[in-house]
Design a protein around this ligand. Sequence first.
Ligand code: AMP
Length: 532
Amino acid sequence: MDGLMMDYQLTLPTILRRAEQYFGGKEVVTRLPDKSFHRYTYADMTRRAKQLAAALQKLGLERGDRVGTLCWNHYQHLEAYFGIPCAGFVLHTLNLRLHPNDIGYIALNAGDRALIVDASLMPLVEQFLPRTKVEHVFVVEESYEELLASADEGEWRDPGLEENEAAAMCYTSGTTGLPKGVVYTHRSTMLHTLGVAAANPLGLGLSEQDVILPVVPMFHANAWGYPYVAAMQGAKQVFPGPHLDAESLLDDFVQERVTWTAGVPTIWLGILQLLDAEPKRWDLSAMKGMLVGGSAAPRSMIAGFQERHGLRVCHGWGMTETSPVASMASLPGELAQADRDTQYDYIAMQGVPLPLVELRARGADGNEIPHDGETMAELEVRGPWVAGAYYDTPGTSGRWTEDGWFRTGDIVSFDPQGHIQIKDRSKDVIKSGGEWISSVDLENALMAHPAVAEAAVIAVPDEKWQERPLAVVVVKQGATATPEQLREFIAPHFAKWWLPDHVVFVSEIPKTAVGKFKKTALREQFSAQPVA
Ligand code: AMP
């Protein structure tokens, strides 16, 4: 027997209408390039998003055509997040930190026909544009305004979208091989939005009373869904523009009374250092939580924010292929009164999947690994906002199992309650004498040392053991440490054979285009010339 409910399609115009109807007076604030603030309301945003949608429809683009953006986080980018998909086109966020050749490849591979770009990024665009099929370029605050003026909001018609039509595209920031396109549907985006809103990490769910500042760039996996979550919930949004240094962000948090923010650990490590140096300078009493994800959040950093500044860190895991949020750390209710150390053990894990997402890891025999917190295997994931294929990239079907789960390439352990802990990327894991060593565990232990600002651990070739761990460390300004001191500091937590044989000190660890440690560059640097 079939059910008798409405066949209501899950499409983004629903959130656009909701933001307009119920939260029209809520603010959207942007820090402009000259550091002044731009303010308007959701009513302005939705009006302009509809103008954008109608204007793009007049350009003669076909339904499903890709419209790229090459922009920092700001209100015009938010308009594009809604205007492009609500017009029946596909929002393709391009990563401005990539090499122009890569951006050109990605824009061509995706078939972008139009591009919205920040004026400051035009010199970058000129380097790759001739290699793409882009026909229209709109410069934010210049021709973009003319585009909007060419249509009235009343001209926008909801194109009667179907939920499985494409809404957005994002290319993986993978450090090996060609970038691969992930194509989100309206349905996957709507369900991801609901999933993130439902996640309620550490009891800190988001509502209309929140003020959300996504530090995560809007070109990195949908800014982790926050622009849509905030609009759906009616939360005020604050965009930092191009000002992503720790000081500017802290100023924004204070001035706009930000309650929730999100970004990769390297951002938070910088912020923690600054707060430690000047603990009284910023009043962060409004801040209820910071989502940290994209790489492992060191336990010492989570504890540092909480113990020294009363700030709660929520740890999330995900991938471009999972929209991206797939799991969040959670503290089991029975541990609410547990000692802080036990609590941090849980909060530092990557936690349990969001509702509707499933996780598993299987050993070589094909059976699920024991949930003992130790056994490691590759994490597999499935769910309504997990990619089922890459866009136009032959030879990649092996990333999915025969029964339809996505192979993440992350090495994981499960604790008895099913909480996951990411131990490594499969290509970063260190295989010493046939046994795995988790570079992430070593990095977290090193970053707990008071003199250490950042630490990355990589495998270097070894005649006897095939690979051995090498620690690459940045010390905090004015601090000192010796390799022996660092090894001694972490020794109590590991088997002896896990300890890095060598520790090298550098002034900076190279980062990827989305701010993660770039271990490929470190491996290139250090495996060629053995460390003394
Ligand atoms: P991207 O597609 O650029 O977002 O990268 C996804 C990858 O980032 C994942 O496969 C993980 O290797 C890594 N990652 C994301 N979040 C975390 C986390 N909380 N802890 C450890 N690794 C993470």
